[in-house]
Design a binder for this molecule. Structure first.
Ligand SMILES: Cc1cc2nc3c(=O)[nH]c(=O)nc-3n(C[C@H](O)[C@H](O)[C@H](O)COP(=O)(O)OP(=O)(O)OC[C@H]3O[C@@H](n4cnc5c(N)ncnc54)[C@H](O)[C@@H]3O)c2cc1C
Length: 404
């Protein structure tokens, strides 16, 4: 990767993938004056980012972990960005009630740095008042969390001047070239000065195969269920392991199944029933008041997840070159230096939280491309390094080929 430290004259970058990861990187760079070309295999929102609803909320952690917690940091940043009048219409601040339940009571209390401002506990009566229907349990209340309309948000992000979106353009391969990268796409070959991979995790050559050194991304299928328009009886969003959220058309969205290892995306009645059961286990009266699952609609798509559930964010070595480097270096020696090449960065593996955590990753990528000291704390950026699994495998001796 480029470590020259010199002023890079080009402010042109190609982003691969037009989900929330690619769109947030494109927006962030365009806001800083970059010319961004987004190559999308299908159409914006074709992948996990195309659900009818996405909930914007952090899964809170204990006070001591909060300062370096990606989701917490990401939530505050996303709220700030969504105040922009170009984006605000696509976010509805419904608030989120995180329902207390025996198996999963959130261990968050007055020692949490956000207590009283971003989060507090409400009793069952107050939770019921906020929700607009009877709830038999207390809850954590996150008044600033809410529901995004992904299609509108992606369209608004990608319509920003400075961004060119090319849909129907799968990128098949990427090779280092003089002063940049040569991309092989379905529409022909093209040059890129710098590349950001935001294709979630699916594709062959960009994924660099399944052998050691491939990007460690695994699919987790998920299906959301939608009740018909006009059935809404909820003023806020409920989270309970699953979630129940009001949709703009007056229906409700129940989410979401979590099926590791499956990569099919057909909508199934069984998954509607699974979403219904999750709600029924906690709120049987509410579940019984919904129309029959036989008439629900839905959408199934994939989350792409890493083994440690954190995204791959930042500079990525070109994987074939990195494998050769690691094969020539005994494990335990000093950390290998990757081959020099034009900038190649990743915003991949956002798992179940892309709409929140894509934002600090986009800022990190923009800072790195501009060779600025990243706003993200170094300790967190280190945890997200896209080469962390590659280096782990190297330390375990998976690459080293002893000379004969
Ligand atoms: C059922 C379900 C419910 C969810 N609910 C929430 C939620 O409430 N809140 C939340 O924050 N997150 C939620 N998530 C997770 C969230 O959807 C993902 O984290 C997010 O969409 C990931 O965004 P992405 O841009 O990385 O990937 P994607 O949205 O999958 O985008 C990747 C894009 O890259 C394109 N692409 C792939 N290969 C290539 C190629 N070779 N060349 C060019 N383009 C390519 C694809 O067509 C796609 O458009 C949910 C996920 C699921 C499945």
């Amino acid at each position: 990767m480029s470590g020259s430290g010199q002023q890079r004259p080009s402010r042109r970058v190609t982003v691969i993938g037009a989900g929330i990861a690619g769109a947030s990187v494109a927006w962030t760079l365009a806001e800083r004056g970059w010319q961004v070309r987004v190559l999308e295999a299908s159409r914006a929102g074709a992948g996990g980012s195309g659900n009818p609803v996405a909930i914007l909320y952090p899964k809170l952690v204990a006070a001591a972990q909060t300062p370096l917690h990606l989701q917490s940091m990401a939530f505050l940043q996303a709220l700030e960005i969504l105040r922009d009048p170009r984006l605000a219409p696509h976010f509805r601040q419904t608030g989120v009630l995180w329902l207390d339940q025996r198996k999963q009571k959130a261990d968050i209390g007055p020692d949490h740095p956000w207590w009283g401002e971003q989060v507090w506990r409400v009793d069952a009566a107050e939770a019921s008042r906020l929700a607009g229907l009877p709830l038999p349990m207390s809850a954590l209340w996150l008044p600033h969390a809410g529901v995004l309309r992904p299609a509108g948000l992606l369209a608004a992000l990608l319509a920003r001047p400075g961004i060119t979106l090319v849909e129907g353009c799968p990128v098949h391969d990427l090779q280092p070239a003089a002063d940049g990268w040569r991309l092989s796409t379905a529409l022909g070959e093209e040059h890129a000065d710098a590349v950001v991979l935001a294709h979630a995790g699916a594709t062959g050559a960009l994924h660099a195969g399944n052998d050691a050194g491939a990007l460690p991304l695994k699919p987790v299928r998920g299906q959301v269920s939608l009740t018909p328009a006009g059935t809404q009886m909820l003023q806020t969003t409920l989270c309970y392991g699953g979630y129940l959220a009001p949709v703009a058309d007056g229906g409700l969205c129940l989410g979401a199944t979590f099926q590791p290892g499956r990569s099919d995306t057909d909508i199934t009645h069984e998954d509607h029933l699974a979403n219904a059961r999750e709600l029924e286990a906690l709120l049987p009266a509410l579940a019984a008041a919904l129309p029959t699952p036989a008439i629900w609609q839905g959408r199934a798509s994939l989350r792409w997840q890493t083994p440690d559930y954190l995204p791959l964010a930042g500079h990525l070595p070109w994987l074939p070159g990195a494998r050769r480097t690691l094969a020539a270096q005994p494990p335990g020696a000093r950390q290998p230096r990757w081959d020099d090449h034009a900038p190649l960065l990743a915003s991949l593996g956002h798992g179940a939280k892309g709409f929140t955590q894509a934002w600090p990753v986009a800022t990190l990528i923009a800072d790195l491309l501009e060779e600025k000291t990243p706003v993200m704390p170094t300790a967190l950026a280190e945890r997200l390094r896209p080469d962390r699994f590659l280096l782990r495998d190297w330390r375990r001796g998976l690459f080293w080929r002893q000379p004969r």
